[in-house]
Design a protein around this ligand. Structure first.
Ligand SMILES: Cc1cc2nc3c(=O)[nH]c(=O)nc-3n(C[C@H](O)[C@H](O)[C@H](O)COP(=O)(O)OP(=O)(O)OC[C@H]3O[C@@H](n4cnc5c(N)ncnc54)[C@H](O)[C@@H]3O)c2cc1C
Length: 367
């Protein structure tokens, strides 16, 4: 039989790690276990680091001055910010039938920032705060049910919950599960006994997982080939013709990259095809210099089974994000839903992940 944890957190993304770090800080005697499906932490924060190239963000990248809880966390963790460089002009391609044009960007467009050195610095800084918290990777949770092992329950009549994963033979026991999975993914992939209320299941199934259909693409370049930073060029582009719809400079500390989004419809092409088509577009905008890249990186998030769960009907971006039903305790108070899509404000964004994590810890009487 598995040892009992006071709290089991599902997911080692920003939400799960922050909840664990705050519980650790405020109540170090609590036994906390994090079960993570992937072999690594971070979830939708994924920074690709390779050789001497610039770190390339395949997931969360930007924040702004309205993201006050995230800014406070970044400050507390001793991390720095870097302002996103956009330049004063951008390339704009209205359609595939007309030549692209240079447009001037508005002066007061509102600055956005990145975590200096890469978004994954947030993840690694939080992990450093988790001394004594066990994180088990490669443990996709498959079911949560009432346990028969209620003898040492601290929850009295409500008893313990058993959490089963496909990575481990025996179930993990706990008095409290905090899920940070996107609600749609949670209810589509985890079985609950007793079943969750119909309303929770229905709303979850119609809840958008922010950015889960997107494709991110990035090219890294050597310091002597930063063609987009030349005065006669533009460091930002927007295109209706694609395949890349928008792209930005992601240079840092003398290392250089152009990173952006590819239209979702290219998900069925091969990586080689996407790379070739993206490069054709860069050649169209910047000339042959673009072909002298160091590395190409991409992430097709709709293929990430621990983020995206396919849906037949169109779900509007942000649909049901922040729905109040997600902030009601379930399973007699033994299951709490967290994760960015459950936040009342800024749901979907890193800010929402932080807001809801802090709220959950407060509601446990620890904050
Ligand atoms: C391409 C892209 C670009 C983005 N850009 C921005 C941006 O610029 N700014 C911004 O603020 N936000 C952005 N976001 C959103 C941001 O990434 C999220 O708001 C934030 O990372 C969510 O953190 P989370 O911990 O709530 O969820 P997640 O990061 O999704 O964490 C959930 C965790 O649960 C794990 N998991 C899943 N299933 C199971 C299971 N069965 N058992 C155990 N573990 C499981 C996952 O592996 C994951 O680690 C972007 C997201 C993407 C995908």
């Amino acid at each position: 039989m598995q040892k009992t944890s006071d709290i089991i957190i599902l997911g080692a993304g920003l939400s799960g790690l922050l909840i664990a770090a705050q519980i650790r800080e405020k109540s170090p005697e609590k036994k906390v276990l994090i079960l993570e499906a992937r072999p690594q932490p971070g979830g939708r924060i994924r920074t690709v680091r390779s050789g001497n190239s610039a770190p390339v963000e395949m997931g969360a990248t930007w924040l702004n001055s309205s993201h006050t809880r995230l800014l406070a966390l970044i400050d507390k963790l001793g991390l720095d910010l870097v302002q996103q460089f956009t330049g004063q002009k951008a390339i704009y391609e209205f359609s595939g039938h007309e030549p692209h044009q240079i447009v001037h960007l508005p002066e007061n467009g509102g600055a956005s920032f990145r975590v200096k050195g890469g978004s994954d610095r947030l993840i690694h800084a939080l992990i450093k705060k988790l001394d004594g918290v066990q994180i088990r990777y490669n443990e996709p949770v498959t079911s949560i049910f009432e346990s028969k092992e209620n003898k040492d329950s601290k929850k009295g009549a409500a008893g313990l919950l058993s959490v089963e994963t496909s990575g481990h033979k025996e179930a993990f026991l706990t008095g409290l599960v905090i899920s940070t999975l996107p609600p749609r993914l949670l209810t589509a992939t985890v079985n609950f006994t007793p079943a969750l209320p119909d309303e929770v299941m229905n709303i979850s199934s119609q809840t958008h997982t922010w950015m889960s259909e997107s494709i991110k693409s990035g090219f890294t370049y050597a310091p002597d080939n930063t063609f987009w930073l030349r005065p006669d060029s533009a460091a930002t582009f927007f295109s209706n013709a694609g395949p890349l719809t928008e792209m930005y400079d992601q240079s840092i500390d003398g290392k250089h990259a152009l990173v952006g989004f590819m239209h979702d419809s290219f998900h069925s092409r091969s990586k080689k095809e996407r790379e070739g088509l993206a490069l054709e577009q860069l050649n169209r905008f910047f000339g042959k210099s673009a072909s002298g890249f160091m590395e190409y990186h991409e992430c097709v998030w709709s293929e990430e089974v621990y983020t995206h769960s396919p849906h037949k009907n169109f779900i509007v971006p942000h649909q049901n994000n922040g729905h109040p039903i997600f902030r009601q305790p379930l399973m007699d108070g033994r299951l709490i839903l967290a994760g960015t899509e459950t936040a009342a404000t800024h749901p979907g964004y890193m800010e929402g992940a932080v807001i809801r994590a802090e709220e959950v810890v407060r509601e446990l009487g620890l904050g």
